[in-house]
Design a protein around this ligand. Structure first.
Ligand SMILES: Nc1nc2c(ncn2[C@@H]2O[C@H](COP(=O)(O)OP(=O)(O)O[C@H]3O[C@H](CO)[C@@H](O)[C@H](O)[C@@H]3O)[C@@H](O)[C@H]2O)c(=O)[nH]1
Ligand SMILES: [Mg+2]
Length: 201
């Protein structure tokens, strides 16, 4: 068995105010065969799941819109001078659930839809230089008959639900109105699926 090329020698808790920020000290075996000691900070908020809801009868999608402070701090003024609003696929942290249970729960909490089968699409580290999180991606169908309640999120969350034509969502991605990574990945995935299906039929 190959020897580990990484030995973590110290974990220092820098903040556990909300999620967990730690500084790791570790020995790292470089490609040149030399060990060096390095430090990196990593922000651990657990893993998450996200979902694109698609209505194949109407060719529409469900997205959410909410205030995201980190984007505001980093210049997001897409909806007027003070906004910080971001359009996203429904998403949430796993908490202690498995990804599929978590995405069903989040879908109902945020969009109100009680979906049946979900299709797993991929898993991805979204910000691997500093955030530990792995995100699980799903697509599910909804129709006019899908059972639903109000949605909108829990606690202080003010989540707007947007239903819009898929083509419009694609146009908004190109115009920069949609600028969230997971959302762009799922919209592009669906687009590719449609193109593949069309060329096979
Ligand atoms: N008070 C307080 N609340 C916080 C803090 N950080 C996050 N929250 C709140 O904790 C809640 C977590 O809601 P979820 O729906 O579980 O997670 P999410 O923030 O939507 O995260 C999803 O999207 C992220 C961004 O794309 C993903 O990174 C993540 O994996 C997940 O899928 C949100 O209401 C968020 O505002 C904080 O420092 N203080
Ligand atoms: Mg959420």
């Amino acid at each position: 068995m190959l020897a580990e090329r990484v030995q973590i020698t110290e974990e220092k808790l820098l903040s556990d105010n909300w999620y967990i920020l730690k500084r790791f000290t570790f020995n790292y075996l470089g490609r040149n065969g030399q060990w060096t000691t390095q430090q990196r900070e990593a922000y651990d908020r657990g893993n998450g799941a996200t979902i694109l809801l698609y209505n194949p009868q109407t060719d529409r999608v469900i997205l959410t819109r909410q205030f995201r402070l980190p984007t505001f701090v980093n210049g997001n003024r897409t909806d007027g001078p003070y906004s910080g609003m971001l359009i996203e696929t429904c998403a949430g942290l796993l908490d202690n659930d498995d990804p599929e249970t978590a995405i069903r729960r989040e879908t109902e909490e945020e969009t109100g839809y009680r979906i049946q089968s979900v299709q797993k699409v991929m898993e991805a580290y979204m910000s691997p230089g500093s955030v530990t999180e792995k995100l699980f991606f799903y697509i599910a169908h909804y129709t006019a008959d899908t059972e639903r309640n109000a949605g909108g999120g829990i606690d202080e969350e003010e989540i707007e639900i947007m239903e819009l034509p898929f083509q419009q969502a694609l146009a908004m991605m190109e115009s920069g109105e949609i600028m969230d990574g997971k959302t762009i990945m799922l919209l592009q995935y669906l687009r590719l699926q449609q193109l593949t299906n069309a060329s096979n039929s």
